[in-house]
Design a protein around this ligand. Sequence first.
Ligand code: UD1
Length: 443
Amino acid sequence: MTVSVAPSVATGSLLSQPRLEITGGLPLAGDIRVSGAKNSALVLMAACLLTRDTLRLRNVPPLTDITAMSEILAALGVRVQRGGDTIDLDGDQITQAAPPYELVNSLRASFFCIGPLLARMGMAQVPLPGGCQIGTRPVVEHVKGLKALGAQVTIEHGVVTAVVPGRSHRLTGGHIHLDCPSVGATETLMMAAALADGETTIDNAAQEPEVIDLARLLIAMGAKIRGAGSPTITIIGVERLHGADYAVIPDRIEAGTFLLAGAITRSLLRVAPVIPEHLGAVLTKLEEAGCTFEFDDSGVTINARQIKAVDLRTQPFPGFPTDLQAPFMSLLATATGTSMIVENIFENRLQHVAELQRMGASIRMQGNTAFIEGVAQLSGAPVQGTDLRASAAMVLAGLAANGTTTVRGLEFLDRGYADLEGKLNAVGADIRRLYEEPGAKMN
Ligand code: UD1
């Protein structure tokens, strides 16, 4: 049964925050469907700023982050139409090159608009997005790269202003070496270079599947790009790009979360659609932990019985993704033996440790390293998701724990998981979304 009642605005009490109530210990079985990739969809949406034609994106997940990006693009003058999982973006009438702070601050990925705005309008003024729950998240590499393409960039009063000098207002191709393979910087610079005059190379580029997805979309729009998915990307600028009709790749992080849901409940679960190469490091670690897999045309079935301890370190793709570090830790909290997880990408991405400890996990911390001694049984408890993926980790732990787990912090979860409880309930979980204060009467 799903209970879904409007929140009590009158009380405003912490107790009335929406929450998930999970009854743990149930095995999962059947098929679970993966939505389109959030991190791809967000950047592909920004690419609409590069053309006057309509960009149609399919397989866009219904998430609050996508709504936030739609609002930002609309504030710039883009006509946005959403219907089901399709979104039409018409950037013919862009009136603004300066998205408002309130909107940019609510969605870090919106900073990536600076590249296409600059390429199309010759100027862009975007507030610095600031840090977030998992770390400081600088944009130095984005700015350095835009300068290499001929932009003059100043940062004052928390706003980045980028201008292309000269009459043509056109960026010029250049050579960019990223100090770290930043996903956002690679994407920003690929979009900026797509309309620049001449050839651009990006060295030490990010190799994430979302970067390849963006390159494919830009190529479908008429761009000339090669090497996406390798450390060196070459872009030969064109004068204009046209519209396209393009489907977003499946979300590898959501797929990984579902595989982990299968593993933590020791179940047989089919996850689809997936692109197995996008999940390489995750599948390898799950295999090391004792899971087996069967692949078919579009999906993968995980079979999990006993889980053994494994060590892992987060790394840029094709290494183990930082976005699955917290969910994987929930699994290892139930493994036989002691595991070690090193978080190398973000400096503040181990806040879920304290919450897992509330559920009986045995975890010791040393800097950015967690030593996890598996326990025979987690116990249900009230917990708080401290960021998007930490919230998912709490849900996974709740599936395996005995008794009831209450997860708060759903504003994070809803940014990146489309109907997580609905999808898990359809394969046998018991998760209810509640808005009422505990003990309040529900009609
Ligand atoms: C993207 C993903 C996010 C994921 C992350 C790493 C989106 C919308 N978000 O974020 O889910 O966790 O990749 O896979 O796609 N860095 C610098 N200087 C910079 C830029 C980044 O030092 O100028 C550092 C960051 O502090 C971090 C690392 O590089 O340590 C990775 O960041 P980056 O790849 O830029 O992450 P995002 O693109 O913000």
